[in-house]
Each structure stands twice: as C-alpha cells, then as structure tokens.
Design a protein. Structure first.
Length: 116
C-alpha cells in the first residue's frame, strides 16, 4: 500500500509555468501523471520508471512538460511550461509498485487552471 499526495496546482495565465509535486508514503516502481478535464476521460500525461532514466509523455505535452523523480524523497515532479488553456484539468498522480503492475494507486488530484 502507498498513499500519494499532490501539491502545486493553481491558476496561471497562458504561457506560464507550474510545477506539480507528488509525495508517496513508500517506495514505488513507476510513477505517472494523468489529467481529467471537465466532460472528458482521464488521460495519461507523463510517466517515469524507478530510476528516472526512462520517461514517457503524451504527444500533447512533449517538449513542454518534464517529469522527474527524487527517490530519496519518494517524490515525483511535473514541470509544466508554456501552459495553454487546453491544459486545464485536474491532475492526478499515480503509482505502480512493481514492473508487472499497472497504476494501482492514485492521489486525490490537484486543479490546474490556465486562463487565456
């Protein structure tokens, strides 16, 4: 079992930046960020493996968002630059504890709102 707590959401103007953080209560293998906009399904944003050496991004955020992790702090970050109104969503942190697992643990979500 692991608990995830996100922070760092807020309101920002288009073109601005935000950094989300997600603190896990224990060790994880893979961590990721997902988002859900009003009226839309939850979608994958970015993921990182345990070492931080392998990262994965949705096409919509490549070149603008960067995922990283600090295993000493059991924390994953999502640096979001050049934010656009279409990035507005609730952002969720997720974790998988083993290589063979899917994302089984989820945070409560943090709101990101980008104004035009």
């Amino acid at each position: 079992q692991v608990q995830l707590v996100e922070s760092g959401g807020g309101l920002v103007q288009a073109g601005g930046s935000l950094r989300l953080s997600c603190a896990a209560s224990g060790r994880t293998f893979r961590m990721g960020w997902f988002r859900q906009a009003p009226g839309k399904e939850r979608e994958f944003v970015a993921g990182v493996n345990w070492s931080g050496g392998n990262t994965y991004y949705a096409d919509s955020v490549k070149g603008r968002f960067t995922i990283s992790r600090d295993n000493a702090k059991n924390t994953v970050y999502l640096q979001m630059n050049s934010l656009q109104p279409e990035d507005t969503a609730v952002y969720y942190c997720a974790a998988a504890l083993r290589l063979s697992d899917g994302y089984a643990y989820w945070g409560q979500g943090t709101q990101v709102t980008v104004s035009s």
